[in-house]
Design a protein around this ligand. Structure first.
Ligand code: SAH
Length: 350
């Protein structure tokens, strides 16, 4: 048997003790790589639950949106379904079932880094091909890209305005505890000109990895055709402040206490994502709340249909629908961003 890996907190302590503080971006990247590598964090027995795990209706609405667009774009048969961070493969399975009903049977590509989750995805969608990143996804044929709760797991960089000027947020040791601190090196050059004069204490969070992935998706759409749906919690307008949080067993915990053992996430800056996509030549169809999007696609009709088909589950179906669309649940905080190739039609719901 393999020896259990050394806790990541111990690795960080040793590294910081000998080399000094590390950036928050480094900390979050390593912590999530370790976190996702070894386990299935999803569902009621895990650390958090996602929309496709709440109800099949979520994946069905995504499948419907993609099929509708594909039909109106001219039914190109060489089309690829590409999902980033597909979790248990539930969303893909539900979406592909609906797409097939509309004559859409794309080849399936999963971008996934976790060995543990790959094994579960193989059961759900046996025909999928796996990739480490987008670079090995075929360059010909339109892409139908889906990313649900993927960008929020990518590491962020935080800059904070101190009395001495702008500094990067780092992780340091205080009596053996990992704690966030402001770094020593001046970072004023990294701050956008319009934000330089914000008051002391202001924090700016950016996610270089999320911007890079969005930029790459946009480039592929512009070159190959297709569309993308990016769904996550976040904000459509720029704002300041830290959104870093850690979830373990459905409870918020200190993000610095147990690196690698809790899910670290940040809100997605959809304003920045839309700008990155447009800079690369894709069309921004819009960014709307998850509640508005799912309602526009007819989730309430679908819920009524499912309830009528199995009255013993009617209550559970209604609750699941509520959870996905209600403003005080996932409906407002979660946003849906649509992107498309310049010559593809508009998508429903935007
Ligand atoms: N989309 C799924 C799972 C969300 S959890 C759902 O909605 O249920 C985040 C997913 O992204 C997991 O599958 C995780 O393994 C994957 N992931 C996280 N960081 C990644 C990275 N850097 N590269 C590839 N996959 C990553």
């Amino acid at each position: 048997m393999e020896a259990p890996a050394e806790p990541l907190a111990a690795v960080f302590r040793r590294l910081i003790a000998s080399c000094g503080p590390i950036t928050l971006q480094h900390f979050m990247g390593e912590a999530n790589a370790r976190y996702y590598a070894g386990k299935d964090p999803l569902g009621s027995a895990g650390d958090f639950i996602t929309a496709p795990e709440i109800s099949q209706m979520f994946g069905e609405m995504i499948g419907l949106w993609l099929a509708d667009l594909w039909i109106r774009a001219g039914r190109d048969e060489a089309v690829h379904y590409v999902e980033l961070g597909p979790g248990r493969g539930t969303l893909a399975r539900d979406a592909l079932r609906v797409m097939k009903r509309h004559g859409l049977e794309p080849r399936v590509h999963f971008v996934e880094s976790s060995i543990a989750l790959k094994a579960i995805q193989l059961d759900a969608v046996p025909q999928a091909q796996w990739h480490h990143d987008l670079s090995s996804v075929p360059m010909r044929g339109p892409l139908l890209v889906v990313a649900n709760e993927f960008l929020d797991a990518l590491p962020v960089r935080q800059l904070v305005r101190t009395a001495q000027g702008w500094r990067e947020r780092m992780v340091d040791l205080r009596e053996d505890r990992l704690v966030p601190v402001a770094g020593d090196r001046p970072m004023d050059a990294a701050v956008p000109p319009e934000m330089k004069d914000l008051p002391e204490g202001t924090l700016i969070e950016t996610c270089p990895g999320a911007a890079a992935v969005t930029y790459e998706i946009a480039g592929r759409l512009a070159a190959q055709g297709g569309a993308a749906l990016v769904i996550d919690y976040g904000h459509a307008e720029p704002r300041t402040g830290s959104t870093l949080q850690a979830l373990r067993a459905h409870t918020m915990v200190d993000p610095f206490a147990m690196p690698g053992e809790a899910d670290l996430t940040c809100h997605v800056d959809f304003h920045a994502m839309a700008r990155a996509a447009q800079a690369r030549g894709a069309r921004h169809l819009g960014t709307v709340t998850q509640g508005d999007f799912l309602r526009a696609l007819g989730i309430e009709t679908r819920a009524a249909q499912l309830a009528a088909a199995s009255p013993q589950h009617a209550g559970a179906v209604r609750l699941a629908c509520e959870r996905l669309v209600a403003g005080d649940q996932m409906g407002e905080l979660f946003k849906v961003m649509g992107l498309a190739a310049p010559d593809w039609p508009d998508g429903a719901g935007f």
